[in-house]
Design a binder for this molecule. Structure first.
Ligand code: SF4
Length: 387
């Protein structure tokens, strides 16, 4: 047995352990276990510094999960968009492929609480029909392996799946959604990296939510993947009491870049049954982006998105930098709230477009003095947004 497998075995997961280790009332612990089981492996457990800290909140069952049921079990309608077991086909050229129900840690905020951890709900029996669907749908050029966590599979099983996917000519990109580099970095072994790099182009999206998760172990894991030629991106979920603070997110993003992980998405938490206590206001997220843009490298700034309820897909959100926009120009503010005007481009080969509605003598030439003066105006500093 490999070290990471032993660590899964040594995880905190029984009601007795929850009662003893975290002083959870036995009846509550039993109800929580029934709703969504616990799995806290020794590595992630060692990152907890004090009760209810940002690491604790992500992994220790909380009675709030039993109280905030005012949401859907499947908010993203993944099951409704599943043409065959194990596949969700929402976007035109890519498909989600669930290959296991198991994870290295069961995150209390998980959107797939309804099926993660349950062998019956994501079953290997569905793999054959999933492969057949992928073979028949030639428009699918990008497959995202998820679950559960695909790196819970053994190297041998994972390689079988990768071989099969690589035998499908129209599949160009294979992505793995894995939290292992963050929650159980011991899973990233030289053998795994050597195997994965035979099936390029492979991308991994991982899932760090707090700077305390960047440790010597997780740094080494991410660097090993990068050295194997695998671009690693990060998908952070914005969560109350975990990372709803601009300074925390900035530190996380900067530290991720140092370990060669590119910040990719920052999600608003999904409206998920039993996970609503993690949700923050949208203004909290916009304020975080406002505090990143211009204040640190663009490489460190993730796309801030809402995965739209009802299966609408990811929709980006930005603080409003546009003050005014017409056919001649756009008036913008920068990160310091200074205002700038940018002339719209007119197609020189098309006189009608060139002159615009107002003709040659209209407003397509120089900016008027009033607008130039405008560039020197400074807006008052934005008020801090409270959650
Ligand atoms: S690793 Fe992903 S799928 Fe597994 S419990 Fe955490 S969020 Fe859910």
């Amino acid at each position: 047995m490999e070290l990471w497998q032993q660590m899964i075995r040594d995880s905190v997961h029984t009601v007795d352990e929850l009662v003893e280790k975290f002083k959870i009332d036995r009846r509550v612990a039993e109800d929580l276990d029934e709703f969504f089981q616990a799995r806290i492996n020794p590595y992630y457990l060692s990152l907890i510094r004090y009760p209810n800290d940002p690491i604790w909140r992500q992994c220790v069952p909380d009675k709030a999960e039993l109280e905030d049921w005012d949401a859907e079990e499947d908010p993203l309608m993944e099951d409704a968009m599943s043409p065959v077991p194990n596949i969700t086909h929402r976007y035109p050229d890519r498909a989600l492929f669930l290959v296991t129900s198991q994870c290295g840690l069961y995150c209390r905020f998980c959107t797939r609480k309804r099926k993660v951890g349950d062998y019956e709900k994501i079953s290997m029996k569905g793999l054959e029909s999933a492969f057949k669907y992928l073979e028949e749908h030639t428009e699918i050029r990008d497959v995202i392996m998820s679950g559960g966590d695909p790196l819970m599979l053994t190297d041998i099983m994972l390689e079988k799946i990768l071989q099969r996917l690589r035998s499908i000519a129209h599949i160009e990109i294979i992505r793995l959604g894995s939290k292992m580099p963050c929650v159980l970095p011991q899973r990233i072994t030289p053998q795994l990296c050597n195997m994965l790099k035979k099936y390029h182009p492979i991308y991994i999206n991982t899932h760090f939510n707090h700077p305390w998760e960047i440790t010597p172990e997780s740094s080494k894991a991410c660097e090993m993947l990068a050295d194997a030629g695998i671009p690693v991106g990060n998908q952070m979920v914005l969560m109350k009491g975990v990372n709803d603070d601009p300074a925390v997110v900035k530190e996380l993003m900067q530290k991720l870049l140092k370990i060669r992980v590119r910040p990719y998405y920052m999600y608003m938490a999904d409206e998920t049954k039993g996970a609503n206590h993690f949700r923050t206001s949208i203004e909290t997220g916009l304020n975080i982006i406002e505090n990143l843009r211009g204040h640190t490298s663009g490489l460190a700034i993730p796309h801030f998105v809402i995965d739209a309820p009802g299966g609408g897909g990811k929709i980006p959100l930005l603080p409003n930098y546009v003050i005014h926009h017409d056919e001649d120009k756009i008036i913008l503010r920068n990160y310091q709230n200074k205002i700038f005007s940018y002339k719209n481009y007119k197609d020189r080969n098309n006189p009608e477009k060139k002159n615009g509605k107002n003709g040659k003598n209209g407003r397509n030439g120089k900016l008027k003095l009033k607008e130039l003066e405008f560039t020197k105006v400074e807006l008052p500093v934005l008020e801090e947004v409270e959650n």
